[in-house]
Design a protein around this ligand. Structure first.
Ligand code: HEC
Length: 153
């Protein structure tokens, strides 16, 4: 019994050590950031299905909106220096992000505000208002993608 517990401890401690040593290689940060963006896109897609009336899951919209709002708090950390598309092939992040970090910050803030608005609208529970909230949020995605994301090749 004692030995088993010891073995588990060793396993956990080693896992912890590996995490602590994760070096955040730019290529991996880029993959991580794209995964977060995809998660945001997934929630938007789900909300759009409700807004278009394709599905009746109006009660789920607040959960999706909260998911986006949580992700919106992570966004600025996803863009460390040295992860632009001039230096790496696997990203569409333009160097302009770092050349105009204040403008980028404003786009992040607009996104955070729009997602907070959508949470409020969704929690108020009137499906007729969901479309307006979604549109506002969609505008904030474009407000960053247009200046700061390269076209798909
Ligand atoms: C503050 C800037 C910013 C905001 C706001 C933003 N994005 Fe992005 N997004 C980016 C950048 C930059 C990329 C390219 C990332 C890369 O390729 O490394 C990206 C990539 C993506 C991708 C592609 C991910 C992949 O697999 O390559 C999706 C999907 C996406 N965004 C969805 C959204 C949606 C939906 C919203 C709004 C709800 C949003 N984004 C808001 C900057 C932003």
């Amino acid at each position: 019994m004692k030995r088993a517990i010891f073995a588990i401890c060793i396993g956990l401690c080693t896992a912890g050590a590996t995490q602590a040593l994760a070096a955040d290689e730019p290529e991996n940060v880029i993959k991580y950031r794209q995964a977060v963006m995809k998660a945001i896109g997934g929630h938007i897609g789900a909300i759009a299905g409700v807004v278009k009336g394709e599905v009746s899951y109006t009660g789920d919209v607040a959960a999706h909106a909260r998911g986006i709002q949580e992700m919106s708090q992570l966004v600025s950390k996803l863009f460390p220096k040295g992860t632009d598309n001039g230096m790496h092939k696997n990203t569409r992040a333009l160097p302009e992000i770092w050349q105009d970090w204040d403008k980028f910050g404003a786009a992040v803030k607009a996104f955070q505000d729009a997602s907070a608005d959508l949470v409020k609208i969704a929690e108020a529970g009137d499906p007729a208002a969901f479309g307006g909230g979604l549109k506002g949020l969609g505008t904030s995605c474009g407000g960053c993608h247009k200046p700061f994301r390269a076209e798909k090749k």
